[in-house]
Design a protein around this ligand. Structure first.
Ligand code: FAD
Ligand code: EPU
Length: 335
């Protein structure tokens, strides 16, 4: 473990903006983490893969990168396997490990960038499955009280791209490991989006977790930009949830608007559609832009600053608000 001063954070986050951290270190053991947290508990940022972060200025504090490793089967019963993964494991590696061992239910979450430790923070989700659906428990370190706390599913208060770790416990815990509950008997989710069409295109007739994973990887690769080529942080905004009444009013004016039942009285609508209809899809000015295949993704084409990316997001929010009366909420963590 080495504490570095004034280092560039460009390689440590997928938006690749040029910012520095006053202090930076990676830890690969619990003891190293405790030692690092002695330096400061205030101006502190816990970093995983940096795939959901946008830095708008140099970080005047300590950035600690979680590199805790290890995946193990901790128990099993008639129905489930319980798999515990350390926070610094790469998410997609965990998905592949589970698929190879026939631990099922995680396959729809293939190819989401980042680490295991961040997965409960925004309750990552894709193709009809969210982390909450396979979550069993997690262990987190309370930074100020210096103690390990166990969280159950109910404790995490998961919602759409939400959890207690983005809410009342924001910046208070380091997630150390997460235990997932995976199915022994398959219950596949293929009704979402283009999964069935992708399976057909791939000529897959026998359904399996591996086949679903391959289909999801194929769909994602066809529209989401690879951050190594076009730096980005995935969806920049959340899909808005509006009342059914507002949805019906909008639908009268915009017949192509689609909505999915969220709760009894509300619908989730596509932020990408709102942004596209507002004319931003494929937009580019200097090094900042809106992806041509997925309007929810903002791109750094080279030397964009965090401020330029935030300014673009503000312009998009204003236009969508003026056209549809809906205020988009950002999904990415702005630092
Ligand atoms: P980071 O960006 O490093 O951190 C995110 C937040 O979590 C920060 O606030 C950080 O401080 C905190 N944090 C990280 N690790 C810990 C820890 N161990 N303890 C406490 N706090 C911690 N997300 C989806 O939900 N679904 C998708 O389909 C999806 N697709 C994406 C596609 C692309 C191309 C990209 C670039 C991103 C996508 N994302 C998606 C967003 C992102 O991959 C997820 O949010 C992911 O969980 C972030 O993991 P990370 O390790 O990179 O977190
Ligand atoms: N659409 C458009 N224009 C576009 C893109 C999409 O109109 O440019 C419309 C289409 O009607 C399409 C619908 O939006 O059918 C949904 O698009 P998509 O399946 O690409 O999903 P999304 O709602 O845009 C969400 C998540 C993604 C996740 C996918 C798949 C959010 C904020 N985003 O995107 O998560 O991978 O569903 O489940 O919920 C992320 O969080 O970073 C992320 C990439």
């Amino acid at each position: 473990m080495q504490l570095q001063e004034n280092i560039s954070l460009k390689p440590y986050h997928t938006f690749n903006t040029q910012v520095t951290a006053k202090l930076f270190a990676a830890f690969s053991s619990f003891e190293q983490m405790q030692e690092l947290l002695e330096y400061t508990t205030n101006s502190l940022l816990i970093l995983g893969g940096g795939s959901n972060i946008l830095f708008t200025k140099n970080f005047d504090g300590l950035v600690v990168k979680n590199e805790l490793k290890g995946i193990e089967l901790v128990k099993e019963d008639d129905e489930f396997y319980y798999v515990k993964a350390a926070a610094g494991e790469v998410w997609h590696q965990l998905v592949l490990y589970c698929i190879n061992n026939h631990y099922q239910g995680i396959e729809n979450l293939s190819l989401i960038p980042g680490c295991v430790g961040a997965s409960p923070i925004q309750n990552i989700g894709a193709y009809g499955v969210e982390v909450k659906d396979i979550f069993y428990a997690l262990e987190a370190y309370h930074i100020k009280e210096k103690k390990i706390v166990q969280f159950s599913l109910a404790d995490c208060a998961f919602g759409y791209r939400e959890s207690v770790f983005k809410g009342k416990y924001k910046n208070q815990f380091v997630i150390l490991n997460v235990t997932f509950r995976l199915n022994k008997k398959p219950t596949y989710h293929i009704s979402y989006g283009a999964i069935e069409a992708a399976l057909q295109k791939m000529k897959i007739t026998t359904l399996s977790a591996k086949a679903i994973s391959d289909a999801v990887i194929q769909i994602r690769s066809s529209k989401l930009p690879n951050p190594a080529e076009l730096p980005n942080a995935g969806s920049f905004f959340k899909n808005p949830i509006i009342s059914s009444v507002q949805f019906e009013e909008l639908k009268k004016v915009h017949p192509t608007l689609n909505g999915y039942n969220e709760h009894n009285q509300s619908k989730k609508i596509s932020a990408a559609w709102l942004i596209e209809q507002s004319g931003w899809k494929g937009y580019r000015k200097n090094d900042v832009g809106c992806h041509s295949k997925q309007a929810l993704v903002l791109i750094n084409y080279g030397n964009a600053t965090g401020k330029e990316i935030v300014d673009l997001s503000k312009a998009i929010i204003t236009d969508v608000q003026n056209k549809f009366g809906i205020t988009l909420q950002r999904e990415v963590n702005i630092i």
